[in-house]
Design a protein around this ligand. Structure first.
Ligand code: HEM
Length: 599
């Protein structure tokens, strides 16, 4: 297949050849030297491209050429300056970080569920095939996380970045942090925080809220803190204010690192040199550097405070993330247990950071998308409110009773994650010549292929979620698709008063409802490396959404338009999302204005 990329490379080669011949004819020695070097470089690239191409041919999947390695320094440099200009060109499209999100399953419709991107760096098998995705995620040893993940070790190694035996140790020591006691705590904190947020919404001028996205981020941060350190913060103050001895608030330090994660990785890799020469950096990078330092200080202080509590003897009963990590680690150290079964302080810091990174924007952004989408779908709000009223109507708001019954609210989360999940693609490396199982749609069977050396995988979660193979009307947001209901039996209710009958019927209907299991739905991944925060994020989401919709209805604020125009405008803002950051997020949250009406 001839593509622009190989044509460009050939052109480059011909031009350098022409320049070489010209310089020989006209005795231009310097030009000759430069041309020779360039020719050699072009030849090397061509040889590598050819090698990658023959390797891709062996896989037997459709091939597309790309002119650069998407994770190589040359492209990252070009992308940061010319990304938006180059994105419309087909060969560069696959190099952008946003195409996974913007194009959904478009290319898979054209090329099939799996295809290979071939370039001068590594080859990449892209697949939206649910059989292949489950196969890979079920085999962590054969398909480890790529080395690029190590960049996230900026505060220490952690469960998200390590592989092999090291991962087993991290996962084993961090897993106890996500237990039912933490879930119950997360629920109370989510309800408490969202009730406080609601007060600010109801008392806002003209009952219009422009801070919805920011507010959900504050809630996510405070809930993480409650679960992480066992300390609650006020929604209105809390982590927004700099602590004594700090230049930045904890929230600003964390958000600055999260929002500039690539720069943070780069600055952290450069180490002390950057600190010494920071005067030469621009304002944004200096801010990122400060945020890294401040976040480190906040985590060190939290670890020291937790150790002091544990030493005082009052910490035994605490079951938050930090105390569990420290207790396990310190106890093992005191017992002289080999470091293979405990975490070092650096690793504790690394894990605390990764829980913040992986647990903050993911849950917060899902809540942000859900509120905006619910505002555009009044009929879905009616449907969800029916369930909330029925569950909370009995005055029972505890985690144990309320959470399992709020299935429609969880369905809103599922549907939001299906279309606006924070992780559009899961990357994986592969050991050479590892078998990969693929669906064979033509024969309704499966087939095996071998993944050659120098080939990584991109598991296209969003493309799978938006494929008509698995979902009817795949691009429409419809939480009702997740609920299956069996008809309620009416016989014993015939004698009741009409109103009572109605309520009883609704209650029966809701109790009968079931949340559907869907195979090709993996927003939290699957297999041994499935997201450990899955339940925590569900509890938080349901707690916040149910608390808010119990008291108010949300709608797009009107700006002299019809309701339909206001909805269209809001949906446009939601679609204008940014996948350049670790978690998908709305590009211009400041454009979202919600009208909040008391019920
Ligand atoms: C809506 C919320 C969330 C979504 C959609 C989500 C999604 C995911 C996905 C897809 C992965 C797999 C990534 C990969 O294998 O490359 C993952 C891993 C992970 N998530 Fe979540 N996550 C969410 C919330 C959370 C929360 C609340 C926490 C913790 C507080 C968390 C902590 C982690 C960690 C530590 C990993 C790495 C696990 C490992 O590699 O063993 N996540 N998450």
């Amino acid at each position: 297949m001839v593509s622009l990329s190989s044509a460009l490379l050939n052109l480059f080669f011909l031009l350098t050849l022409l320049a070489t011949v010209t310089s020989i004819l006209y005795r231009l020695n310097l030009l000759l030297l430069v041309s020779l070097i360039l020719s050699l470089y072009a030849l090397t690239l061509l040889a590598r491209l050819y090698k990658n191409y023959t390797s891709a041919l062996r896989i037997g999947l459709p091939i597309l050429f790309i002119p650069f390695d998407p994770f190589g320094v040359p492209w990252l440099f070009i992308y940061s300056y010319f990304g938006p200009l180059l994105a419309p060109f087909r060969c560069c499209r696959f190099l952008t970080f946003t195409w996974h999100w913007e194009d959904g399953d478009r290319w898979h419709k054209e090329l099939g569920e799996s295809f290979v991107l071939v370039g001068v760096g590594r080859n990449y098998v892209h697949t939206s095939d649910e059989v292949a995705i489950e196969w890979v995620l079920g085999r962590r040893k054969e398909f480890p996380k790529p080395r690029a993940y190590e960049g996230l070790d900026l505060f220490g190694k952690n469960v998200n970045t390590v592989n092999g035996q090291e991962w087993t140790r991290h996962r084993k020591l961090t897993a106890p942090c996500f237990n039912e006691r933490v879930s119950s705590f997360v629920w109370s904190e989510a309800v408490r925080q969202s009730a406080a947020m609601l007060t600010t919404w109801i008392t806002s001028p003209r009952h219009q809220v422009t801070t919805m996205v920011d507010d959900t981020r504050i809630i996510a941060l405070h809930v993480l803190y409650a679960a992480g350190f066992g300390t609650s913060h006020d929604f209105a103050g809390g982590k927004r204010v700099a602590a004594p001895g700090h230049e930045l608030s904890h929230r600003d330090a964390l958000l600055t690192v999260l929002e500039n994660i690539l720069s943070a990785i780069f600055l952290s890799a450069a180490g002390g040199i950057v600190e010494r020469w920071k005067g030469l950096l621009g304002k944004r990078l200096r801010n990122v550097l400060l945020a890294i330092k401040e976040f480190k200080m906040y985590t060190d202080e939290a670890i020291a405070a937790e150790r002091a509590i544990l030493a005082s003897g009052y910490g035994e009963a605490k079951h938050n993330l930090m105390s569990t990590l420290i207790r396990t680690s310190d106890q093992a150290k005191a017992d002289g247990i080999h470091s293979a079964v405990r975490l070092s302080d650096g690793e504790i810091k690394g894990n605390i950071f990764i829980f913040n990174l992986a647990g903050h924007d993911t849950t917060a952004n899902t809540l942000g998308y859900a509120f905006a989408l619910l505002a555009c779908h009044a009929e879905v709000q009616d449907w969800v409110v029916e369930e909330i009223d029925s569950v909370f109507g009995e005055g029972e708001t505890s985690y144990e009773v309320a959470f399992p019954r709020l299935k429609r609210v969880l369905a809103v989360m599922y549907e939001t994650l299906r279309l606006y999940g924070p992780v559009s693609t899961i990357p994986r490396a592969a050991l050479p010549n590892t078998p990969l199982l693929l669906r064979n749609p033509a024969a309704s069977s499966t087939r095996e292929i071998l993944i050659p050396q120098n080939t990584d995988l991109a598991l296209k979660i969003l493309a799978m979620h938006t494929s008509p193979t698995h979902f009817t009307n795949p691009t429409s947001w419809d939480p009702k698709r997740w609920i299956a209901s069996s008809p309620a039996s009416l016989a014993p209710l015939k004698l009741l008063e009409e109103k009572l009958l109605e309520e009883k019927l609704l209650e029966e209907k809701l109790l009968e409802e079931k949340l559907l299991e869907q195979k090709a739905f993996l927003p939290w991944s699957t297999g041994p490396r499935v997201c450990p925060g899955m339940k925590m994020s569900q509890v938080e989401f349901v707690g916040v959404l149910a608390t808010v919709l119990r008291s108010v209805r949300v709608a797009p604020a009107m700006k002299g338009e019809t309701t339909e125009e206001a909805k269209r405008r809001l949906l446009g803002t939601v679609r204008d999302s940014n996948a350049d950051t670790p978690a998908l997020k709305i590009s211009h949250p400041e454009k979202i204005c919600l009208a909040v009406k008391k019920r």
